[in-house]
Design a protein around this ligand. Structure first.
Ligand code: SF4
Ligand code: SF4
Length: 292
C-alpha cells in the first residue's frame, strides 16, 4: 500500500522545498521502501533544480474540456445558463450571442447534457503538463506545470496526484504555498501532512491558517520548524499550548542558505541536519507506518 505525505506551508519562503527534496533524498538513501517526489507547485515548480541528473522523459498534456456552442443549432433557450452552476455561459438572445467563459467553466458537462438542440460540443483545451523525470514506469520525480495565464491549478494538481505513474511505497507531495483550493486539492489526497514554518510573526500567522485548514479537512499533521533559533519563542509556546506536535527543528545556518541558493543542498548535508531528517521520518512512521 502506498502512503502519501504532503509537505505544505502557509506562505512561500519557509523552506517547504528544502524539506521536500531533503526528505526525499534521505528516504531514498536510507530505507528500502521506494519513494517518489511530486512537485505540486504547478505555477512555479522548482524541485527539479536540485536534481540536475534527472531528465524529463516525456510530457503528458493536461486538458480541460470546454464547451463550444454551435450558433447555427442554438435557439438561445437559456437552458444551459440555468444548469451552469458556475455562471460560465452568456446567452443574449436579442443579439444572437452565445459563449462560454473558459476561466469560469469547471468542465462538469451539464450544459452539453441538457441542451435540447445538441448545440454544445466539448473540446479539449490545454491547461498544463505533467513531466515525469528519468524512468517512464515509476519516475522518481514528477512535476506539474500550469500553462502560463491559466487559472486551472486545481485541475492540473488533481491529474498529477492521481497519475497512474505514482506507484512508489512513499509519495511525497510538495504542495503549493498558501491555503487556497490548489492546496486543498493536494492535501485532501494525503495520509499525513508536514507543515513547514519559520519562527517569525509572519510564519506563526500563516501557520495558524494552515492548522485551521487541516482541522477543517480533518487531516493528521505535524510541524517542522525551519531556520530554528531562539529569537521567537512565541511559535513554540503557541504549538505547546495548542497541543500540536513539532516533529523536527532544522537549525538556522547561513552556510545552508548559501548552498540552497546554489541548488547544492543535497550534496552537502551535514550530520546534524541528517539527524533532523532521521527524526522527522521516525515521527512520521509512528503516525502512518511506512516501514517496519
Ligand atoms: S441549451 Fe443549447 S440551444 Fe439552449 S441556449 Fe444553450 S446552447 Fe443554445
Ligand atoms: S461544462 Fe459545466 S461549468 Fe462548464 S459551462 Fe457547461 S455547465 Fe458550466
Amino acid at each position: 500500500m502506498s502512503i502519501k505525505i504532503a509537505i505544505a506551508s502557509g506562505k512561500g519562503g519557509t523552506g517547504k522545498t528544502t524539506v521536500s527534496v531533503n526528505l526525499f533524498h534521505f528516504i531514498k538513501e536510507n530505507i528500502t521502501q521506494s519513494v517518489q517526489l511530486v512537485d505540486c507547485d504547478v505555477e512555479e515548480p522548482n524541485d527539479a533544480i536540485f536534481f540536475p541528473n534527472y531528465q524529463v522523459q516525456e510530457v503528458i498534456d493536461v486538458n480541460q474540456l470546454i464547451p463550444t456552442i454551435d450558433h447555427v443549432k442554438c435557439t438561445y433557450c437559456r437552458k444551459c445558463v440555468e444548469y451552469c452552476e458556475f455562471n460560465a455561459i452568456v446567452i443574449i438572445a436579442s443579439k444572437h450571442y452565445a459563449d462560454v467563459n473558459p476561466a469560469l467553466c469547471h468542465s462538469c458537462g451539464a450544459c452539453a447534457y441538457i441542451c435540447p438542440e445538441n448545440a454544445i460540443e466539448e473540446k479539449a483545451h490545454l491547461i498544463g503538463e505533467i513531466q515525469p523525470f528519468n524512468n517512464s514506469c515509476q519516475p522518481p520525480l514528477l512535476e506539474g506545470r500550469l500553462v502560463i495565464g491559466s487559472p486551472m491549478q486545481t485541475m492540473v494538481i488533481k491529474d498529477l496526484v492521481n497519475s497512474s505513474l505514482l506507484k512508489a511505497d512513499i509519495q511525497l507531495l510538495d504542495a503549493p504555498p498558501g491555503t487556497s483550493c490548489p492546496v486543498v486539492a493536494t492535501l485532501s489526497q494525503t495520509d499525513y501532512t508536514i507543515l513547514v514554518t519559520e519562527p517569525s510573526p509572519f510564519g506563526l500567522h500563516d501557520l495558524k491558517l494552515m492548522i485551521e485548514l487541516l482541522h477543517e479537512i480533518k487531516q493528521p499533521f505535524g510541524v517542522v520548524i525551519n531556520k530554528a533559533d531562539d529569537q521567537f519563542p512565541e511559535m513554540e509556546e503557541y504549538l505547546l499550548k495548542s497541543n500540536i506536535e513539532v516533529i523536527g527543528k532544522i537549525p538556522f545556518s547561513t552556510n545552508y542558505a548559501y548552498l540552497y541558493a546554489q541548488g547544492k543542498i543535497l550534496q552537502n548535508i551535514s550530520e546534524d541536519i541528517q539527524k533532523v531528517y532521521e527524526q522527522i521520518l521516525t515521527q512520521i512512521n509512528s503516525k502512518v507506518q511506512i516501514y517496519a
